[in-house]
Design a protein around this ligand. Structure first.
Ligand code: UD2
Length: 312
């Protein structure tokens, strides 16, 4: 297969591109390099550099491809509140443009990186895909709108699709340089530098932290499944960890002693709990997130430790 990975210079996309290349697929990456880095793109994989909301870029990117893994996004909840128009362009407009290009080029399968942000606030229990979506941020709203588009795509555009709703993905190569970065990338970097983190609110908010290799496995399963049919599935572990517990686990993994986190005001748009019901992906994709949090954190700490020592 020839597979386009959009956002393939970014965190999740580059891991997918790497795995596809390892299994022998021809891979091409499309990325505007606004947050992705060329160093993340596996060696030998060509890059189409540009903004997918432009028709010529989308057309060039899908040229000759059998399938598309669509990871390109501006993936920040807080960032989308600061800049809802930018979120709309990067997360929805670019997705529509890509879908049109797929239709015109006869691409057979598209796997979309959606987000648990489509659900909005939930109680402490797990959410399944039948839960009514109530996004609480422009980002969640854009992800949900794009999902609807991809759900219709098999019927309206003859492009078979699968939408995967990720729950808090973490792992090597996640960008830790912005205040919007994923909490694990921030906490690990701080702990390795002997610095205390900021916890928004009481730290009892919880997340279903999912290791990037498991997200890669879900994408491969979705690419290979016989019939996608626009189905939407959660991708998580189905286990919940509070932000306070997370910091304790990271302190332990980094051997950083006792650094007291500073608690500040809760973050605008922050969801209290987020936990996946994982049965649909198990049933339809045979997918199971296999990486325990301790194992994933250990691999993540090792990667950031090496990256920080290189930077010195
Ligand atoms: C994650 C995803 C987002 C979307 C969303 C769905 C990332 C980077 N973002 O947003 O794309 O899918 O899930 O709900 O994975 N926190 C602190 N201190 C910090 C940073 C974060 O206390 O320095 C807290 C934050 O307030 C939140 C939790 O950690 O309660 C997780 O924050 P996050 O930014 O990693 O991810 P989230 O859940 O906002």
């Amino acid at each position: 297969m020839k597979v386009l990975v959009t956002g393939g210079a970014g965190f999740i996309g580059s891991h997918i591109a790497q795995r596809l290349q390892e299994r022998g697929d021809a891979v091409v990456v499309a990325d505007d390099l606004s947050s992705g880095k060329t160093a993340n793109i596996p060696e030998g994989v060509p890059l189409v550099q540009g903004d997918l909301s432009r028709a010529d870029v989308a057309r060039e990117a899908v040229d000759g491809c059998d399938a598309v893994v669509h990871c390109a996004a501006r993936p920040s909840v807080a960032g989308s509140i600061d800049d809802p128009v930018g979120s709309n362009e990067a997360n929805l407009q670019a997705s529509s443009r890509l879908l049109v290009a797929c239709r015109d080029a006869g691409v057979k399968r598209l796997v979309y990186s959606s987000s648990s942000a489509v659900y909005g606030g939930t109680d402490a229990g797990s959410v399944d895909e039948s839960r009514r979506e109530r996004p609480m941020s422009p980002y969640g709203m854009n992800k949900l709108a794009a999902e609807h588009l991809f759900r219709m795509a098999p019927d309206l555009f003859d492009v078979d699709t699968v939408c995967l709703r990720y729950f808090n993905v973490y792992g090597p190569r996640q960008d830790a340089s912005s205040p919007y970065s994923g909490v694990i990338s921030l906490f690990v970097t701080l702990a390795l530098q002997g610095r205390a983190p900021t916890i928004h609110g009481d730290g009892l908010q919880s997340r279903d932290f999912t290791y990037v290799d498991d997200v890669v496995a879900a994408n491969l399963a979705a690419l290979d499944v016989g019939h996608g049919g626009g189905r939407v599935m959660n991708v998580g572990r189905g286990l919940s960890t509070t932000v306070n517990e997370l910091w304790e686990a990271i302190l332990l993994a980094c051997g950083a002693g006792d650094l007291q986190a500073q608690h500040v005001e809760p973050r605008a748009g922050d969801i209290r709990h987020s936990l996946a019901d994982v049965r649909a992906a198990r049933e339809h994709l045979g997918f199971e997130a296999a990486t325990p949090l301790e194992t994933g954190i250990a691999a993540t700490v090792a990667w950031y430790r090496a990256a920080l020592s290189h930077a010195r």
